[in-house]
Design a protein around this ligand. Structure first.
Ligand code: EPU
Length: 433
């Protein structure tokens, strides 16, 4: 049976106040968990968000034969034994895209990996050609049978290679950074992605013995070596910039004053810059963001999603909600995923004025008052955008399928929303089950 959030809208009134703590980053934690496969001993991971995708990544490792122990909330110990199954089961791998990053370390350490085409949010075609090409570049052979890929490393293990990524892909960069850590010789990844989660992973692996340089730039060099050691090191997941950014947008639209704590504003420059241009009052310190209601109307601002440090595709949907409340026309250009504007139809049903130009571009006309509706989200980021829309709308909204969207990536969402004044309740959903 699926679950829903029922939210009472404030009809544009700014009622929220207080502070909200940002959790560890989903897209950093998932990779660090996969990274434990590179270790010869136990690894302690902390500030791990308690969300569905993380639970599945631990489940994936456990099913392969790793020992995973939760020490307390957000703190886990993982020990990968000398032998591990190298077959990723479709039941889990098909449910979340992040599973694909485990293929690199499994192949590098155990010489073989088989996996189905990974699943994840319905935001576009999401091919895996760059993974397949990368494995082959490192000397592996790849067979595809009945939708399952089987990759086998060459005699003596993966070999260092130089490759140029035709897209600056986040998970491809991470997968090959990890695979190369145990390969023979040096690997150079050109046109690598520069997302902070990649730096976070590289810094952690380096502390434990890896030799990665250039992370955070488009050219990453990895000198292959031995298994890593977690002795004396605890990984602390970096703050989730998408969680922080979503609360910032919510604060800009619905708060008298909202403080976002335990975040890193430097990871959110593109969003902060866009919101300030639109007229939002934002103050930052090293690890907090304060957003305050002003008395002037917001003005529209054009957005084009881009690889980091550009405007993140994962914050595009919350930003569109913001733009429905900003005066004038704003063009939004989604450049990364062709299915990431699928939610706008539902938003139009709430009263938003949005013209779809093509699958990548919409024109948002503001300001419009939104009305509460029944909403079914196509992905987790659009799910949180619907929460923001529901809070500012008039009347009640029901956001369905929360357990397969929002819960994948946001910890304790309704408790954190309630603590700052949102009127929200979780209910079991008979109709959508
Ligand atoms: N691409 C290919 N071939 C490949 C891999 C990627 O053509 O083999 C293309 C994609 O189709 C896309 C572009 O490369 O056009 C960039 O996508 P990328 O591979 O960077 O996306 P991802 O690694 O699958 C990660 C995050 C996403 C986030 C994107 C972009 C994880 C687990 N996922 O996905 O997060 O939107 O980077 O920043 O890290 C989310 O958390 O909701 C989410 C979808």
């Amino acid at each position: 049976m699926s679950e829903s959030l029922v939210i009472k809208g404030f009809d544009g009134a700014r009622k929220l106040a207080g502070s909200v703590r940002v959790t560890g980053a989903k897209n950093a934690a998932l990779k660090a968990i996969a990274g434990t496969i590179l270790f010869r001993d136990e690894v302690t991971l902390s500030n791990i968000p308690e969300i569905n995708d993380v639970e599945r990544m631990f489940e994936l490792l456990s099913l392969l034969g790793a020992n995973v122990a939760q020490k307390k909330r957000g703190v886990y110990e993982v020990l990968v034994p000398k032998t591990l199954s190298t077959t990723m089961t479709p039941e889990i791998a098909k449910r979340f895209r992040g599973s694909v990053v485990a293929t690199g370390p499994i192949l590098a350490r155990f010489g073989r990996v088989s996996f189905p085409h990974p699943g994840g949010c319905l935001i576009g075609s999401r091919p895996i050609d760059l993974f397949i090409e990368g494995f082959k570049n490192m000397g592996a052979t790849v067979h595809l049978k009945d939708s399952v890929y089987t990759v086998t490393a060459p005699e003596g293990g993966l070999r260092g290679a130089t490759f140029f990524l035709k897209h600056q892909s986040v998970t491809v960069t991470e997968t090959f950074m990890m695979a190369a850590t145990l390969a023979k010789g040096t690997t150079v990844i050109k046109n690598a992605a520069m997302e902070p989660e990649i730096e976070d992973l590289a810094n952690f692996l380096n502390t434990c013995g890896a030799k990665i340089s250039g992370h955070g730039t488009p050219t990453i060099t990895i000198r292959g070596g031995k298994l890593l050691s977690g002795k004396g090191h605890t990984y602390k997941t970096m703050p989730d910039r998408i969680d922080a950014g979503s609360f910032l947008v919510l604060g800009a639209l619905a708060a008298k004053e909202l403080t976002i704590t335990d975040c890193n504003p430097l990871h959110l420059e593109a969003l902060i810059e866009a919101l300030r241009t639109a007229g939002v009052h934002i103050e930052t310190t090293k690890n907090t963001i304060v957003v305050r209601a002003g008395n002037k109307a917001y003005t529209g601002v054009g957005i084009k999603t881009h690889e980091y440090p550009g405007f993140p595709t994962d914050l595009q949907a919350p930003m569109v909600i913001f733009l429905t409340q900003a005066e004038g026309e704003s063009m939004v250009f989604e450049t990364i995923f062709e299915g990431r504007l699928n939610y706008v139809e539902a938003l139009s049903s709430m009263g938003a004025s949005i013209v779809t130009m093509d699958p990548h571009r919409v024109l948002v006309r503001g300001t419009t008052s939104l009305k509460g509706r029944n909403l079914k989200s196509p992905d987790l980021r659009a799910g949180l955008a619907f929460v923001i829309a529901a809070v500012i709308a008039k009347g009640e909204s029901v956001i369905h399928n929360v357990d397969t969207t929002i819960d994948r990536g946001y910890e304790d969402i309704e408790d954190r929303l309630r603590a700052i004044g949102v009127e929200v309740e979780r209910v079991r959903d008979q109709s959508a089950s």
